[in-house]
Design a protein around this ligand. Structure first.
Ligand SMILES: [Zn+2]
Length: 499
């Protein structure tokens, strides 16, 4: 026990020494040493070492560990603790104490109200009075639950293996995976005796067009594209969800955010390591997409769709006027035009202005030295090395949980170890994301036909390029016919290259 925990415990005990012991027999672990007598002896030894008086021993014979059956003595213990019989609970291991998140929350609640502290022979003390202690208890509860859901480690391992192999239990297949093996299996239709043949799918194999779509969507986001653009792309390709419906904007976003895209297995909401299926995208790209799509500062155009290149990007030229120029229609019949909220300089024909700016951008991107416009490469970032590092940390997390599960390390060691590993993983993940986020200019410079490449870009990406390259300020235009014979004052459009 760490010094910090020890002091927290003694405070929580408030100086009292009345303890109760809780033991439970179950078949979820093997070995005679886990019999009631041994559990009880260990608990009594713990009480003696700490100088606590054991006032009651509660015993439940709970053959099925995950039955959800009422444990009579456990309920009796809670009732007694409620009355203040004792403020210390001793158990052999946390998994003897509570078996479900509901039970754990009830226990946490009672512990807080009655100032009960919990000590286990195998995992040390649980400081339920601190948020981090409660969190740890919840995580351990999830781990214990996962293990006790099945009889014996072999079954638990098999289940975990199944999660790693695709987490597919026969429901709807996840978009991207499931290639028919040619075999079929019998399935009984719900609510009937009727049996039908369903194809057996290989969940480790990518469905080619769906895998390609996931890779394309990932690349689009990394090249400053939008989820909306990808959803449109999917619709154009005629790709549907695995329920056979068009893929909505939200569904498309969810698809891009699945760790399984990068071959990362998830179990009960936690990443548990490498899955056994073929990844659709490399992990750095996946991390980058998550970083981009979950960035709270990300500006999305959902709702009011932007239709013009410079809306909210071109600036008004009036000193001190910070108003962004918007596209508004003059009167009822005029052409769409850019104007600021205070209407400085009046409106500028939007189609003409956008065409002009577009020509400037394409001309600049077509110059032989345009490659130099690309942002600095993420120097010194060795993606391969980072990848190995993230893999190692993830394996360590899995090992720690296993070591705790088998009683080799204490709760404090487990918490401390996994906190450190998680912090390291966050750092590595952030670096991977930075290394993989592409410049919006990638794919536009160094290509043969910049004009064609520009036209192929969706508006959202064109706007990103504009923002990255050019500052456009609208000065008050001259009135009447211009020297070139037209009515648009190009001289009043001030441009400044940012790169
Ligand atoms: Zn203005």
């Amino acid at each position: 026990m760490s010094r910090r925990l020890r002091s927290a415990v003694s405070v929580a005990n408030g100086g009292t020494t009345r303890a109760v012991i809780y033991v439970r027999i179950s078949q979820d672990r093997t070995g005679a040493h886990l019999g009631v007598d041994r559990q009880r002896e260990d608990c009594e030894a713990l009480a003696e070492r700490n100088g606590w008086d054991v006032v009651e021993v509660y015993v439940d014979n709970d053959v099925s560990a995950f039955s959800g059956k009422l444990r009579k003595d456990y309920r009796r213990m809670l009732a007694d603790l409620e009355l203040g019989t004792a403020t210390i609970v001793i158990a052999w291991h946390t998994d003897r104490l509570h078996r479900s998140p509901t039970e754990l929350e009830e226990y946490i609640d009672l512990s807080e109200r009655r100032g009960v502290s919990t000590h286990t022979c195998q995992a040390g003390s649980i400081d339920l009075s601190s948020p981090s202690g409660r969190m740890t208890a919840r995580i351990l509860g999830a781990v214990a639950r996962q293990e006790s859901e099945h009889k014996g480690h072999r079954v638990a391992a098999a289940r975990r293996q199944k999660a790693k192999a695709g987490q597919w239990s026969g429901g709807l297949r996840p978009f991207g995976w499931g290639v028919p093996t040619g075999e079929t299996k019998k399935k009984t239709l719900k609510g009937t005796d009727e049996e039908i043949d369903v194809p057996v799918l290989d969940m480790t194999k990518l469905v080619p067009e769906e895998g390609a779509a996931l890779a394309a969507g990932t690349d689009m986001i990394l090249a400053a594209g939008s989820v909306k653009g990808w959803a449109r792309w999917l619709a154009e390709k005629g790709l549907l969800s695995t329920t056979g419906r068009p893929i909505t904007h939200n569904a498309a976003r969810d698809l891009l955010l699945r760790p399984r895209n990068a071959g990362i297995a998830i179990y009960q909401g936690e990443e548990i390591g490498r899955g056994l299926w073929e990844p659709a995208v490399p992990e750095p790209k996946f991390r980058a997409v998550v970083a981009i799509l979950t960035d709270p500062n990300r500006v999305t155009t959902t709702g009011s769709e932007v239709k013009w290149l410079g809306s909210l990007i071109y600036k008004c030229g009036r000193p001190g006027c910070k108003t962004t120029v918007r596209n508004t229609k003059v009167g009822g019949s005029g052409a769409p035009s850019y104007r600021c909220q205070d209407n400085h300089g009046g409106g500028r024909n939007a189609a003409v202005l956008d065409a002009y700016i577009q020509d400037l951008l394409v001309a600049r991107l077509s110059k032989p030295d345009a490659v130099d416009l690309l942002g600095p490469a993420p120097d010194g970032v060795n993606v391969g090395k980072l990848q190995v590092e993230s893999e190692t940390i993830r394996r360590r997390l899995t090992d720690l949980a296993a070591m705790f599960g088998s009683g080799q390390i204490s709760m404090a060691q487990f918490t401390e170890g996994s906190d450190v590993a998680r912090a390291q993983l966050d750092g590595v993940t952030a670096q991977l994301a930075r290394a993989a986020v592409k410049d919006p200019l990638v794919g536009l410079v160094g290509v043969k036909d910049v004009q064609a490449a520009w036209e192929a870009c969706e508006l959202g990406r064109q706007r990103k390029v504009l923002q990255a390259l050019l500052e456009v300020t609208l000065r008050p235009p001259r009135q009447g016919r211009m020297p070139d014979g037209g009515y648009f004052d190009y001289d009043a459009v001030e441009t400044r290259w940012k790169r």
